[in-house]
Design a protein around this ligand. Sequence first.
Ligand code: AP5
Length: 225
Amino acid sequence: MRMILLGPPGAGKGTLAGLLKDKLGLLHISTGDILREEMKKGTPLGKDMKAYVDRGELVPDSIITKIIEGRISEIKPGQGYMLDGFPRTETQAKNLDKILAKLKQPIDFALCMESSLPVVLERLTGRRVCRGCGALYHMTNKPPKAAGKCDACGGEIYQRADDNEKTIRNRMDVYTKNTQPIIDYYKKQKKLMKVNGDQETDFLFQELTLVLNENKRAHKDKVGR
Ligand code: AP5
């Protein structure tokens, strides 16, 4: 299965990807994580991209497309994956279609997690991340057992530079202007599925399981097996 996770910042794309990775054995490819890793290592790419990421602006389409093309080319045939945070513009969506057409491996569907501004603000201002393994925490809903330390690997917990209210509001505006239009792009391709990202993770996961099963049934009906 090859799927795209769409949705505003804080809709829970990374959280859900963590669950689906284990449940469905899918690779999780997050362009945000890739960029943060480059920034952490201080590579030339990371240094060039830092200003965009810290302000909540999109990095140029050509650069992010090249990164994704490289990652996709490394995936073994038959291995399913989730793209989290890509595509984010119509140009990126068209570029992705071209890359996958060459491989004869189109995307199966795009899952859009809808979420509202008050929920997003509450989640992202409270979010903390492990520097070591990337595990996600929330200061109120899911705090680490020992303050400042990851439950899983003992790594340091930190707050992302773009998780402050001013930048979160900008990221939401950027999402509305650039990424929302591609929801229609996948709707026209009949590949769009929507779930309510404001729900608790457990309910969301249950809803998603139903949606995925319905999708599997519809696919079987279409191909007649
Ligand atoms: P990126 O890292 O992709 O950030 P984002 O899209 O803003 O998404 P987030 O990671 O903030 O949110 P999420 O939906 O994954 O939420 P999460 O699961 O963590 O991108 C960062 C930047 O990189 C961009 O601004 C841009 O500069 C650049 N970039 C990346 N891709 C690009 C591209 N394709 N083109 C151009 N530029 C690009 O959850 C958030 C919090 O809420 C957590 O604390 C979690 O515990 C909690 N939570 C999650 N779900 C629930 C729930 N259901 N109930 C309660 N709490 C929940």
